[in-house]
Design a protein around this ligand. Structure first.
Ligand code: DX5
Ligand code: ZN
Length: 220
């Protein structure tokens, strides 16, 4: 089994208390903090950008797993790196011809490159990015339409996860959207090891119990 990485989505946290919420998640056993960057164009919602990452970085050493739901990811690389982002996940739908240059730029800036795909996007589109000379180090399979927390998990996305796991036994495969106690076993059995969970963690009376449960499911 590829090692589990449990990443609470800070989109479901209290943004007005972001530093405290972030450190609380790390104290409860989270591996990464998932940061949803939206531009109001690639998705119909607007969240945070590099200035907030920069502020948060002053309060935590945690791995900041940044998911960029933006139309022009190239324009964000330098700002995100300077702000202290750890991982930079761009969407394959907006990175068709220049992806090699983009991945190279992310790596040179000291971040870990990853690629995401929306529910309607065929998984084959990311194969060249995993197999390239400067490959991405994680694939994010969206299990909801990106843009909002609290949506329903799409189990039919597991075909993509299985296909990726079959082809790439050691690849980090992330799932994002609708993950929680009732859906984690499906995702873990398909081969996902990086788990993003927003509303199921922040909405729980004991978020630490949910983080542990997610990890146990990936480990078994
Ligand atoms: C949606 C975001 C997710 C979102 C997940 O566009 O990419 O990270 O916060 O939230 P839940 O876990 O509530 O579906
Ligand atoms: Zn996300």
């Amino acid at each position: 089994v590829v090692s589990p990485k449990i990443a609470p989505s800070m989109l479901s946290s209290d943004f007005a208390n972001l530093a405290a919420e972030a450190n609380r998640m790390i104290d409860l056993g989270a591996n990464w903090l998932h940061m949803d960057i939206m531009d109001g164009h690639f998705v119909p919602n607007l969240t945070i950008g590099a200035p907030v990452i920069e502020s948060l970085r002053k309060h935590t050493n945690a791995y900041l797993d940044c998911h960029l739901m933006v139309t022009n990811p190239m324009d964000y690389v330098e700002h995100m790196a300077k702000a202290g982002a750890s991982g930079f996940t761009f969407h394959v739908e907006v990175a068709k011809e220049n992806w090699q240059q983009l991945v190279q730029k992310i790596k040179s800036a000291g971040m870990r490159p990853a690629v995401a795909l929306k529910p309607g996007t065929p998984v084959e589109l990311v194969y060249p990015l995993v197999e390239g000379t400067t490959p991405v180090e994680m694939v994010l399979v969206m299990t909801v339409e990106p843009g909002f927390g609290g949506q329903k998990f799409m189990p039919n996305m597991m075909d993509k996860v299985r296909a990726l796991r079959h082809k790439y036994p050691t690849l980090d495969i992330q799932v994002d959207g609708g993950l929680g106690p009732s859906t984690i076993d499906t995702a873990a059995a398909a081969g996902a090891n990086c788990i993003v969970a927003g509303s199921s963690v922040f909405g729980a009376p004991e978020p630490g119990d949910v983080i542990s449960l997610l990890r146990t499911s990936v480990e078994k």
